[in-house]
Design a protein. Structure first.
Length: 143
């Protein structure tokens, strides 16, 4: 699957049309690529950003949309864990959890900004090469 991710990134590296906005139809297609990314080795952000670029959305908009798409997934997982009883919180943990939440939020926010700037400036082919090499190594190490 890493090799498939590499191919998708390589194809999306030089898009022809880059002027479209995210529409309802394109968001559904990008959402399908996010669903496919549950397969091990398919990068969720790589799949959604590449799909957006291939649909004619510029790199920055595609990257922003990709990172915003994960928010409902995160909140859904939190709600599911709370309803399933997988997370039990007692009063002594509130400060620790609140501190962890803010630390994760702040570092996540800056990591997303950094990744968006990388997607805008960098060529996807370099990450494609990395994914390909890791995929080949994974296959060869299990033969």
């Amino acid at each position: 699957m890493l090799i498939i991710t590499a191919g998708l990134l390589l194809i999306a590296d030089n898009p022809k049309n880059k002027e479209k906005d995210v529409s309802f139809a394109t968001s559904l297609i990008i959402g399908l690529s996010q669903a496919i990314a549950i397969l091990p080795g398919i990068s969720r952000s790589g799949a959604t950003i590449s799909t957006g670029i291939l649909l004619g959305i510029n790199r920055e908009k595609a990257a922003k949309f990709s990172f915003l798409m994960v928010v409902p997934l995160i909140f859904g997982k939190i709600v599911k864990d709370l309803l399933d009883g997988a997370v039990l919180i007692n009063e002594s943990q509130y400060e620790i959890l609140l501190g962890g939440f803010f630390a994760a939020f702040i570092t996540g926010f800056y990591a997303c900004k950094w990744m968006i700037s990388l997607v805008k400036q960098a060529k996807l082919k370099y990450f494609s090469i990395y994914c390909f090499l890791v995929g080949v190594f994974a296959i060869l190490s299990h033969v």
